[in-house]
Structure formats: structure tokens, C-alpha cells
Design a protein. Structure first.
Length: 735
């Protein structure tokens, strides 16, 4: 991609964007977008789509797909978990059968255009978990005073907790998911009840429900991020026809319509500017820290905000094909492209659970049938094997380590959204950073004041702040704030006037003061020394403005977005962990080069959201990559990376699209998160080794007749205690 053209004005660093809608084709319809690695939906057949409710994780999406795929006449099925959308291609109308199949699998469908069902109250939503927790506490209390009553209470608690899980397991079996985690939990709890471990059975069910609620909460938060992205486009628009203004739904806009957007308003569609001049906040799409200057005829993307005036535009995008729609599509595609990581227990249960049941059955019946061995002795051994095979320790081992790891991360100011994200953190070998708001503070600061013509620094700053006072432009705010910080008396200015494309001027006392970009200053006013100094400052990524008094240059001001205090230390720590870094930014190359040079990182500048996605995919193909950002424009790249990490000060969309967030807004938390994730990885492997190792030992000793049922209980309960204690060590980590 060629380097973007830059314009310098006193208030704008204008990045020349690729036209957002020069044709009616959506962004991903041509070769500019990378080819999808996920299979495209087959266009042959009739297309049906619904919204799915009740999905808590990516595994749920696969369960819905399995339920629908079995139906006759279905050509293709796709479930987008991020947007809860089910798309079916079929040879004929299958709507009724699809809705019935999904309902039988335990999920609900609704039309895409229908409003979402009202959310249940928190009390009702968490009632099963609350009920099971209360029953567990009562059962434990009874056990302390009366063992028979306590055991009966634990049995009742287990049955209450098991009923909805077992019912869902049966539904999933009917829909083609034979060994889902619900099946594993049902087998584990039932097996524990059969051999009398009712307390353990109840505890396993309680932990499972807690995990399911946490997953549901994370999924709900992630979908709120997608809703926030859609909210960038206003629902209505002001259309102008034959001089008459009318407010219409934004979805009715068509290419060629003329619309008005007030100062501070967002564009409802991609447009071509009719007004002579305007400035726009396009940070939602490009990450550019400063407003962008646009002239008549230039394209402006949907979601951009008109900074300071009422503007008129021609609509150039169809409904559903604007810049915001394309970003949403990129997020959905990245979600599909990144293969979902199945929970360890769910994967393992596909082999482990049926294998243990088969082995226990064979041990109980084969010796008596084939070798005339005593029935009672071998049934006893079969029951012991079933107890040894009870996956309680395995069910607890991974969640216990993950829960401890997530809690330890939260104490350090890092929100990690689930076990899969924690696992992926430990595999990282590269980190891609957005620049503005991530490595830098995202706010320009006045870094150099250079007075000329006998003017002192205080006077130059006072005059500049007087002209800029009252403006909401980031550069103006930086100048005024610096004057206030230095306790400089700011004079009263009269007749402030923005000079379109040239600067701003005002009268202070008897003098006309003007602030302008260097290239807008008349030839000859800047001497050679001043010009070379300005060129050096701009080469360092600084934005330079010239201050004139009565058409005489009296000094220059240089402003720059500055590094976060902990950026250098954070990058050095990542290098020590064997992780390389790169900057991916929509900002201009000079600003990016200045920051990259300070940090010793490579960089790629002038990137649109789709450019970032392509860069992330290319880097991700080489080694696992995390994308760290804070803006809406970073959300698609976060989804395309192995892991997305958001800064705590970032936009809602970035925070909700990310897999992890630095809630304390400190880059130093990156290294801590990665070290903790690697420690959790080791802990999980240790737990699995403990659980399976003890089971293996007691499996052999039971078959040899050395150990019986009471030691078989130790194989499971002892392993459960050991793996839980091992997982709790993560909470005591100091780094």
C-alpha cells in the first residue's frame, strides 16, 4: 500500500484514505480483501437465516450446527457465534423443521428482524445455581450432625442439579452430539451416586453450573460490543430533496441521496462531501489521533463525526455496505476463520467416558461369562473401575487451574475472558500494537516552543493560547492546557475566526494573531534555519504550527502524541519472554516511525481496518500473535489474531471484541499476563498428570485384586483434593 498523502494545517493532520465507496461493491467483493479461509456459503439453493438465543460458548454453536445438519435437504449450515446468526442453505423450505430441531437441542430461534426477547431477571436466570448452592450448604450442615440425613440431603441435591443437565444431554444425543460436556457431567454425577459419593457428585454439578454462568456472562458482554459497533451508525438520517428536509430511517438511504449531518453528528452512510470544507473525527475507523480535513468531493466513511459544522453529503453506499458494516463483517468473518478451541474436558470425554464405561462393563461380565469366575467378585471390580474412572478429578482439574489463573490475573489488573483466552496467552510469540491510545497516551502535548523576533517563550505561549481558547480541537486544547500548567496569563482574544484550510486567527489588543501550518505561511516569511528545524521536527512525527503577529512570524509550536510511561519497560519485558513486537497503525508514517524508533519496534503505518486484518493474518501464519489496541478500528484485527487484548481506556467495541483487557490501563500488565498464562499451562498439565496417574495406578491394582472400593474412592477424591490444592498455588504467585 503506498504511503498516504499528508496535509499539514494548524488543526489537522489529514490522512488521505482510500475511497470508502467508489463503487456499489462491498469491500470484500474484490481482490483487495484477503481470501477467506473459512468456507464461503454455497449460493445454490434457498437461503434462510435466524437469530439464535441460548448459546454460551463456541461449542454451543457447533451443537446447533450438528442439530440442523442432520436434516434432509440441507446444503450448508453456518452459525456465527459473535452475532448469534444461523444461516442455512437448503433445496426447499425447511424453516419449520430447522426451528423444531434447534428447539429440541435446547436453543431458541427468532426471525432476524424481530426484536430480541426480553432478558430474564438476574434472580430467575441464576435461580438453579442459587438453589444448588443453598442445598449444598444445608447438606453439609446436616452431614456434620447426622450422617444418614446428610447423605440423603446430598443425594437430593445431586438429583436436583442433575435433572436439567441430564435432560439437556438427552436432547443433544438426539440431535447428534453424543458426548458433549453435559453427557460427561451426567455420567460423572450418576456414577458418583451409584457408589455413594453423593457429596462429590453434588460439588461437581455446582462447579459446572458456575462455569456455565461465567461463560454465558462473557458471551453476553461480547455481543454488547457488536451492538455498540452498530450504534456508531445513527438510526435516522436527514434527507434533503428539492430543498425539503425529511427525517427517514438510515436503512432507507440509497446512493445518490443528499443528506445533512449537524456538528457533532455521525454519518449514517458513506458519503461524498458537498460542503466546501469540513473536519471529521475518523478515529473510529483509522485510529488517527487528530481530526481529518476534508474538501468538497472527498469521501467520508460512515461512523465519522463532523467536528465543527453542519455539512451536506451525497450518499455513496447501499444499505448494509457502509464502512461500519464492513468492519462488522470483518469481525464476523474473523470469528468464523479462527477455529474455536474446544474445552479440554469436552474433547477428552468423547473418548474417555465411553471407554471407561465399556471397560467397566467388560470387567464385570467377561470373566464370569467366559472363565466361570465369581460374579460378585467381578461386579465388585467393575464398580471399582467405574468409580476409578469417574472423571470428577478431571472435571475439576482444568477449571480449578483456569479459575485460579483468571483470579490471579484480575488482581493484577487484567481481565481475561475465559479459559481458552488464558490458554492462548501462553502460546504467544508475537505482539502487534496499535499506536494511538495504546503505546501512546492518545492526546497531543506541546513538546517544543520556539520563539523568534525577540519574543520570549511566555509571550508566545500566551498569545497562542489566547487565540485557541474556547476551541475543542485537540491541538488547541493541548496549547491552552500547557499555558495553564505553566500558569501563564491568557489574554482575551476578539473576533476568533477559523480560516478554512489555512488556520485560525484572532485579535489580541492591537495585533492580529494567526496560527497556521508551515506550508500555509506565505513564501519568504520563514527563513532557511526555521524551515530546516520544522522539517526535523516533522520527521520526528511532531505536528508543527507557526504563530504570526501582524503577518510577521514570531515563533513555532511543536506538538506530539507521547509514549506511555511504561511502554519501553513493557516492550523490553516482552523481548525477555521471547516475544517480538510490531506497530500496526492508521496514523501517518512519520508519527509511527518516531514511536517505533523509541521502542525499537518495526512498524506499518497508514492502515485501514482491512489492512490491519491482512497484516495480522500474515503475521499469525508465522507464529501465534496477540493484537493490542484500544479503538473500534482495531476490533477486526483483534478478532483475526490468535488473541485480542484491549487497553482499559479503549472504546466499548474494542474492550468487548477483545479476549483480554488491561483494566488498569498499564502496558506492564502484558508481561504479567503472559507469565501467568504459561504458569497456568504448566499447572493444568500437572493436574491432568495427577488425575490420570492415580487412576492408572489404581486401575492396575484393582484388576490385580490388591485394592478395593474404599481405595478406589481415594483414587478419585484424593486426586480431586490434590489438583485443587495445586491449582490454588497460582493465587499465591508474586510476579
Amino acid at each position: 500500500m503506498p504511503a498516504p498523502e499528508l496535509k499539514k494545517t494548524p488543526h489537522f493532520t489529514a490522512l488521505k484514505l482510500r475511497p470508502v465507496a467508489e463503487s456499489n461493491a462491498p469491500c470484500c467483493s474484490d481482490t483487495r480483501c484477503a481470501t477467506r479461509s473459512a468456507p464461503e456459503m454455497d449460493a445454490s439453493g434457498e437461503r434462510f437465516s435466524w437469530q439464535v438465543s441460548g448459546m454460551d460458548c463456541a461449542a454451543c454453536a457447533r451443537k446447533v450446527e450438528n442439530a440442523v445438519r442432520q436434516l434432509e435437504g440441507i446444503t450448508q449450515v453456518q452459525v456465527a457465534f459473535a452475532t448469534e446468526k444461523l444461516i442455512v442453505i437448503a433445496k426447499h423450505d425447511v424453516r419449520e423443521r430447522v426451528e423444531q430441531a434447534v428447539k429440541q437441542a435446547g436453543y431458541q430461534l427468532r426471525s432476524e428482524n424481530s426484536p430480541p426477547a426480553p432478558a430474564p431477571s438476574p434472580l430467575r436466570d441464576n435461580l438453579p445455581l442459587i438453589l444448588l448452592t443453598v442445598m449444598m450448604a444445608l447438606s453439609w450442615g446436616l452431614e456434620q450432625f447426622n450422617h444418614p440425613f446428610g447423605q440423603a440431603a446430598f443425594v437430593l441435591t445431586t438429583l436436583v442439579g442433575l435433572w436439567p443437565i441430564a435432560r439437556q444431554a438427552v436432547r443433544l444425543m438426539k440431535s447428534g452430539s453424543w458426548f458433549a460436556i453435559e453427557t460427561l457431567m451426567s455420567v460423572a454425577a450418576t456414577g458418583a451416586l451409584v457408589i455413594g459419593a453423593s457429596a462429590e457428585a453434588a460439588m461437581v454439578l455446582l462447579l459446572f453450573l458456575i462455569g456455565e454462568r461465567l461463560e454465558g456472562w462473557a458471551a453476553s458482554r461480547a455481543r454488547k460490543g457488536v451492538s455498540a459497533l452498530m450504534a456508531l451508525k445513527p438510526d435516522s438520517a436527514i434527507r434533503v430533496r428539492n430543498g425539503v428536509r425529511e427525517t427517514i430511517p438510515a436503512s432507507q438511504l440509497q446512493p445518490g441521496d443528499t443528506i445533512e449531518v449537524p456538528a457533532g453528528g455521525r454519518l449514517p452512510a458513506d458519503g461524498r462531501l458537498i460542503s466546501p470544507f469540513a473536519s471529521f473525527d475518523e478515529s473510529a475507523l483509522t485510529g488517527e489521533s487528530l481530526p481529518v480535513e476534508r474538501s468538497a468531493g472527498e469521501s467520508v466513511p460512515a461512523g465519522a463525526t463532523s467536528v465543527d459544522r453542519l455539512i451536506t453529503l451525497d450518499v455513496v453506499s447501499k444499505s448494509g455496505e457502509s464502512a461500519i458494516d464492513r468492519i462488522l463483517k470483518l469481525i464476523e468473518e474473523a470469528e468464523e476463520r479462527r477455529a474455536p478451541i474446544e474445552r479440554f474436558i469436552d474433547r477428552f470425554s468423547r473418548i474417555y467416558t465411553p471407554a471407561i464405561m465399556a471397560v467397566a462393563l467388560l470387567v464385570a461380565v467377561v470373566p464370569p461369562l467366559l472363565f466361570s469366575a465369581p460374579w460378585l467378585e467381578w461386579i465388585y471390580k467393575g464398580l471399582a473401575l467405574l468409580l476409578i474412572g469417574c472423571p470428577c478429578a478431571l472435571v475439576i482439574s482444568t477449571p480449578a487451574a483456569i479459575t485460579s489463573g483468571l483470579a490471579a490475573a484480575a488482581r493484577r489488573g487484567a481481565l481475561i475472558k475465559g479459559g481458552a483466552a488464558l490458554e492462548q496467552l501462553g502460546t504467544l510469540r508475537q505482539v502487534a500494537f496499535d499506536k494511538t491510545g495504546t503505546l501512546t497516551l492518545g492526546k497531543p502535548q506541546l513538546v517544543t516552543i520556539q520563539p523568534f523576533a525577540g519574543i520570549d517563550v511566555q509571550t508566545l505561549l500566551a498569545l497562542s493560547a489566547g487565540v485557541e481558547q474556547g476551541s475543542t480541537h485537540p491541538l488547541a486544547l493541548a496549547i491552552v492546557q500547557e499555558a495553564q500548567r505553566r500558569e501563564v496569563a491568557i489574554p482575551q482574544a476578539d473576533g476568533q475566526r477559523v480560516l478554512a484550510g489555512r488556520g485560525i486567527e484572532a485579535r489580541i489588543g492591537a495585533h492580529e494573531i494567526r496560527i497556521s501550518a508551515p506550508e500555509k505561511v506565505p513564501a519568504g516569511m520563514l527563513n532557511e534555519i526555521a524551515r530546516k528545524q520544522i522539517e526535523q521536527q516533522e520527521a520526528q512525527g511532531q505536528t508543527v504550527v507557526v504563530v504570526l503577529r501582524d503577518n510577521t512570524v514570531i515563533g513555532t509550536l511543536a506538538l506530539q502524541d507521547t509514549l506511555r510511561d511504561d511502554a519501553k519497560a513493557a516492550v523490553a519485558e516482552l523481548h525477555n519472554l521471547g516475544i517480538t513486537g510490531v506497530i500496526l497503525t492508521g496514523d501517518n508514517p512519520r508519527a509511527a516511525a518516531a514511536i517505533a524508533g523509541e521502542l525499537g519496534l518495526e512498524f506499518r503505518a497508514g492502515l485501514l481496518p482491512e489492512d490491519k486484518v491482512r497484516a495480522v493474518r500474515a503475521l499469525n501464519a508465522e507464529a501465534p500473535l496477540a493484537m493490542v489496541g484500544d479503538g473500534i478500528n482495531d476490533a477486526p484485527a483483534m478478532k483475526a489474531a490468535t488473541l485480542g487484548i484491549a487497553m482499559g481506556s479503549g472504546t466499548d467495541v474494542a474492550l468487548e471484541s477483545a479476549d483480554a483487557a488491561l483494566t488498569h490501563n498499564r502496558l506492564s500488565g502484558l508481561g504479567q499476563m503472559i507469565r501467568l498464562a504459561r504458569a497456568t499451562h504448566r499447572n493444568i498439565r500437572q493436574n491432568i498428570a495427577i488425575a490420570l496417574g492415580l487412576k492408572g495406578i489404581f486401575l492396575v491394582t484393582t484388576l490385580l485384586g490388591i485394592t478395593g472400593l474404599w481405595l478406589a474412592v481415594l483414587a478419585d477424591t484424593g486426586a480431586t483434593v490434590l489438583v485443587t490444592a495445586n491449582a490454588l498455588r497460582l493465587l499465591r504467585r508474586k510476579d
